[in-house]
Design a protein around this ligand. Sequence first.
Ligand SMILES: Cc1cc2nc3c(=O)[nH]c(=O)nc-3n(C[C@H](O)[C@H](O)[C@H](O)COP(=O)(O)OP(=O)(O)OC[C@H]3O[C@@H](n4cnc5c(N)ncnc54)[C@H](O)[C@@H]3O)c2cc1C
Length: 298
Amino acid sequence: MEDIDVVIIGAGPAGLTAATYLARFRRRVVVLDGGSPRAALIPKSHNTPGFPAGVSGSELMARLRIQASEHGAAIRETRAEKLSIDEAGVTTLVDGGSDLRAPFAVLAAGVTDKRPQGRAGLDAAIARGLVRFCPICDGYEARDQRIAVLGEGAHGLREALFLTAYSKTVTLAHSGADDLPAELVSEAQVQGVEIASGARSDGIVLGERTVEVCGRTFDCLYLALGCETPEIARALPLARDDIGALVVDRHQQTSLPRLYAAGDLVRGLSQIAVAAGEAAIAATAIHRRLREGGAGGT
Ligand SMILES: Cc1cc2nc3c(=O)[nH]c(=O)nc-3n(C[C@H](O)[C@H](O)[C@H](O)COP(=O)(O)OP(=O)(O)OC[C@H]3O[C@@H](n4cnc5c(N)ncnc54)[C@H](O)[C@@H]3O)c2cc1C
């Protein structure tokens, strides 16, 4: 079996940043890259630090990849099928059947946005900014537009309310069966958010520059349908919050010793800057524990 210090699951911003830090600490690192990071969907990010003219997700990923591999991290295009953890370390079953064993692992497997079923052309609409997922990321780019938010329950209405900082024309296309919380509905009335009930994904018509939702025309559509945690994380008995995000300590260690986590699958803000910060913290904590002889405190 290979002699490595850390296995990193996921090659998005979190996994690749952790890899760069650990490689620069002169640790032997293997990154398992399952492909299609959420970051690669970003047409152009304008809030990523250091890119005043913006940067596309694919360019950012290419830069992070070069940075990690030029410092010596090994990036393998394969998936982790299963993790098992004991007192001495983490064993990762890799797609194809072999095992990787390391004293520590970083779970940086991200999440996947839920999408409306059967909408052809969605990826292209995301690429041209017609369909969006993240008001914190790009609400600024949607300012003064006619905005629809397709969402279920309180989460969708909170996103719609958040977007009133950017536009006076925000409509929640509510697809859930549940009643919306009364205090949020009152706030929506004060902020001028319209609520259209009974929205259905087959009622979305994607045009070139506009989108029809509930029979009305909008300049962009935010999807607020929630996210799915990857199977590799779901299969582990990890502490989670009420929406399924992983709970970690101040060094990014999960509730399982030796397993750290960073990025979107951790509770907190799903942002590149946050993913990178969490990865830096996890990598430095692991490096310190390795210096202390493997187990160490957190
Ligand atoms: C359209 C869009 C626009 C966005 N715009 C911005 C923006 O402007 N600014 C900003 O800060 N954020 C933005 N975000 C959010 C940003 O993309 C995420 O916060 C960021 O990608 C999180 O990084 P991550 O490394 O945690 O996850 P990801 O980028 O999703 O990477 C996780 C990787 O882990 C892999 N993986 C999963 N399971 C396994 C496994 N078993 N084995 C191996 N690999 C596995 C996945 O395939 C994936 O490649 C945007 C998101 C979207 C969808």
